[in-house]
Design a binder for this molecule. Structure first.
Ligand code: IMP
Length: 429
C-alpha cells in the first residue's frame, strides 16, 4: 500500500513541514488528522518561505488537501491563513481543500480560557501556544462543541449554546470574567460561516473515494509523540493524540490504510514550553546549536530549548507509533562541533532506565547517560547522497539508527526541498 503517515517523534518542530512538502509533491492527497493552528510548519520552496499552521502542507504544491475530523478548527485563523497564502500566489479553492464537516470549532471563549488558565497556573503553567486548543478538545469530549456542520444551522443553535455557555460561564465567573456574549458569538459565526462552508464535506467519504481510485494518501501529523496526551510528558503535553494511530480515527479511514509510518527526528533535541527535558543544554554549546538551527517557534516566536540527541525517547516514540523508518533532519546544524553526544539511558536514584518513566517527577529527575562521538568539521549542508557526507556524520547517523532500533529512510540536509538523501522511499516501500 502506497500511503504514508508522517509524525513527529520528539517534542514537535522536528522539520516535518519540509518532509511533508517533499512527500506531498508525490502524493495525490494530504490529510491533517489532529491538532489545530498550534502547529507551525515552515516550507522553503525555491527560496520562498511559506508558514502554515492549520492547512495541510500539500496546499502549497497544489495537492488535494484535507482537514480531518480529529483537528480542532479556528475558522478565523483558517481565513487569515488562506488569505495570506493566496497573497503569496497559492491557489486555494474547494477543489484542492476539503474540511471535515464534523470538525469541532475553536471559539473565542476557548482562547480566553486557555489564557486565563495559564495566567493563573503559576509554576504549573504548561506553556501552551495560547490558541485555545486544550479547551476546544475538552468541549469536544464534553459533547458541547460547535462543529463545522453547525455553521449551516445557526438559527437552531440555541440548545447547543445553552450547554456550551452554561459550562463556560461558570468557569469564567471563577476567573472574574463576564459571561459569554452569545449575540456577539452568533454574529461572528454568521460572518465566517460561508467562508468555511465552501470547503465543508464528509472527509471520510472523499477519502474512501480517492482510496478506491488508488490515490497515494499522505497523513500529516502535527506536534510530536512526546506531546501526546497519553504517551507524552503529561501534563506538559498538547490535548490530542499525536501518535500515528490517530491518523485513522482523525480522518475517517481504517488503521489498515495509514501505510508506512515515517517518524520525523531532529539530529538533536528541542522543546518549547514547560516540562521535563533530560538532555537539555544550558550552555554555549546549546546556544550555538539553537542559533545555527534557528530554533524559534513558528507559531509563538518563543525560543526553543535545545539539547543533545536522546536515543531513549526516540526509541520509545518509534515503538509507540509503530514507526517504519525515520527522516533525520537538521544534521547540518551539528556541523563544526568537536564532539557530539547521544543519550543512551537514564540514571534515576541508583537505577539505570532504558525508557522514560511515566511519572512527571521522575521524568524531571532522570539523569542522561551519554555516549560521546567525534564531530565533523566538514559541511553536510545541501548533501544529496550518502557518499557526500563526512565519515563522522555517517557514523553518527548509523549509531542513531542502531540505538533507536529503527532504520533511517531519509536524511534532510537543509530547509530546501531537494536537499534530501533518500535511502528508502516511503511511498514505494
Ligand atoms: P497547546 O497545544 O497550545 O495546548 O500547547 C501544549 C504544549 O504543546 C506546549 O508545550 C506547546 O509549546 C506545545 N506545542 C503545541 N504545538 C506545538 C508544535 O506544533 N510544536 C511544538 N510544540 C508544540
Amino acid at each position: 500500500m502506497a500511503n504514508v503517515t508522517v509524525i513527529g517523534a520528539q517534542w514537535g518542530d522536528e522539520g516535518k513541514g519540509k518532509i511533508v512538502d517533499w512527500l506531498a509533491s508525490r502524493a495525490d492527497a494530504v490529510v491533517r488528522f489532529q491538532g489545530g493552528h498550534n502547529a507551525g510548519h515552515t516550507l522553503v520552496i525555491d527560496g520562498k518561505v511559506f508558514k502554515l499552521s492549520l492547512l495541510p502542507s500539500g496546499i502549497v504544491s497544489g495537492t488535494m488537501s484535507m482537514i480531518g475530523n480529529g483537528v480542532v478548527l479556528d475558522p478565523w485563523a483558517l481565513r487569515d491563513e488562506v488569505e495570506k497564502l493566496e497573497g503569496q500566489g497559492v491557489v486555494i479553492n474547494d477543489d484542492n481543500l476539503a474540511i471535515a464537516d464534523n470538525c469541532p470549532l475553536i471559539l473565542p471563549m476557548h482562547r480566553d480560557l486557555d489564557g486565563l488558565r495559564e495566567a493563573a497556573a503559576g509554576k504549573g503553567k504548561i506553556g501552551t501556544t495560547g490558541r485555545g486548543i486544550g479547551p476546544a478538545y475538552e468541549d469536544k469530549v464534553g459533547r458541547r462543541a460547535i462543529r463545522v456542520c453547525d455553521l449551516a444551522h445557526l438559527d437552531s443553535l440555541d440548545p447547543q449554546l445553552d450547554r456550551l455557555c452554561a459550562h463556560h460561564d461558570a468557569l469564567r465567573a471563577g476567573f472574574d470574567q463576564p459571561p459569554v456574549d452569545r449575540e456577539a458569538l452568533i454574529e461572528e459565526l454568521r460572518d465566517i460561516a460561508d467562508f468555511v462552508q465552501r470547503f465543508a464535506q464528509p472527509v471520510w467519504k472523499r477519502l474512501k473515494k480517492v482510496r478506491k481510485a488508488g490515490a497515494k494518501i499522505l497523513f500529516e501529523g502535527a506536534q510530536g509523540v512526546l506531546l501526546d496526551v497519553d504517551h507524552g510528558t503529561y501534563p506538559f503535553v498538547t490535548s490530542s493524540n499525536t501518535v500515528s494511530g490517530t491518523a485513522a480515527a482523525g480522518s475517517g479511514l481504517g488503521p489498515n490504510s495509514t501505510g508506512f509510518v515515517l517518524g520525523i527526528v531532529k539530529a538533536y533535541t528541542t522543546r518549547v514550553g514547560s516540562g521535563p527535558f533530560p538532555t537539555e543544554l544550558d550552555d554555549e554549546v546549546g546556544q550555538g546549536i539553537g542559533e545555527r538551527g534557528h530554533e524559534f517557534g513558528t507559531v509563538t516566536g518563543r525560543q526553543r530549548r535545545v539539547g543533545w540527541f536522546d536515543a531513549v525517547i526516540v526509541r520509545q516514540t518509534c515503538a509507540i507509533s509503530g514507526v517504519t523508518g525515520i527522516a533525520l533532519t537538521k544534521i547540518d546544524v551539528l556541523d563544526g562541533l568537536d564532539t557530539v553526544k547521544i543519550c543512551t539511558g537514564y540514571r534515576l536514584r541508583g537505577n539505570v532506565y532504558d525508557y522514560l518513566p511515566s511519572h512527571a517527577g521522575e521524568q524531571a529527575e532522570v539523569e542522561p547517560i551519554y555516549e560521546e562521538m567525534d564531530g565533523w568539521s566538514e559541511s553536510t549542508a545541501g548533501a544529496r547522497s550518502f557518499a557526500d557526507l563526512p565519515a563522522n556524520a555517517i557514523k553518527y547517523i548509523q549509531r542513531v539508527q542502531e540505538l533507536i532500533e529503527c532504520p533511517v529512510a531519509l536524511v534532510s540536509t537543509s530547509p530546501e526541498r531537494d536537499d534530501t538523501i533518500l535511502m528508502r522511499d516511503p511511498f514505494v516501500d
